[in-house]
Design a protein around this ligand. Sequence first.
Ligand SMILES: [Fe+2]
Ligand SMILES: [Fe+2]
Length: 292
Amino acid sequence: MEVQEIERLIKISKERPLMPETYIPWHQEPEADDIFLPEMLTSLHGLEIYNTLTATQKLELGRHELVQVIASYAWGECLFCLFMTRHILTLPLDDVEHRFLLRELIEEFRHQEMFGQTINKLGGKPIKQTGLHKFLGHFSNKYLPADYLFMGSVSVELVTDVYGDYARKSPHIYPVLKKMFDLHSIEEARHIIFTKSLLKTYAAKAGYIKRTLYSYVILFNILFVRTMYVKKEIFERIGLENPDQVFKVAAKNFKQKFSEKCLDDIIEFVDSWRGFNKATRWAWRRVLGAKV
Ligand SMILES: [Fe+2]
Ligand SMILES: [Fe+2]
């Protein structure tokens, strides 16, 4: 990436910071017809069982699942911050990449604080990650080389951004959430520009095996994110009978929905450096239901 272009991104970050404290109308309470998550993104929408829910149950389903989305975002960004703080130590302080990553860290910390405040505002109770999620998160953060972690992080950013875009563009979304997603989308756009171009240089040098590995790292990161949203406890909370059974159909339903609505950008990215090949394509189809 051109040094000038990175300087431009740093300049915007400094001169036009979006402060969650003032950008988000925290004082505003939800109105009677406000929603928390577009219906079609909830895990049960599209299934027969969804039509049997009361209006309150539908609203609550959206609230609890949205809280999961935000909590997962925050957790993922926190892990990425851990990595970035270690990575900048390897770069000289005056290096333009070092300076950009400092701006990114500042913004990501603000985001995490904003996510936490939003969850409080919604009276949310995030369900903790599974042991496997925790293990994989910490393991990859500790042992994977920088290029792989950047691959993982850009995939999470691209996928979750789509999610935020659906939410902020949907009518009747609670204004606090709309502004939260607006802010996030604007600042993440800069991170994505930087990360994508960084990765182009990595990918340009990569041979078949490395591109295959990158592709798998991305695939697992997406799977990782996707499986943090749909939770059995939520079906218990909204008073459904047979939460176990509901969970099974909901997970399947959500997998299909996720593959249809959230994967376009990441597929385009992976395709741009030929990350789909004989060794990876089948896994993308099978694990993520991706049309590649
Ligand atoms: Fe962020
Ligand atoms: Fe970011």
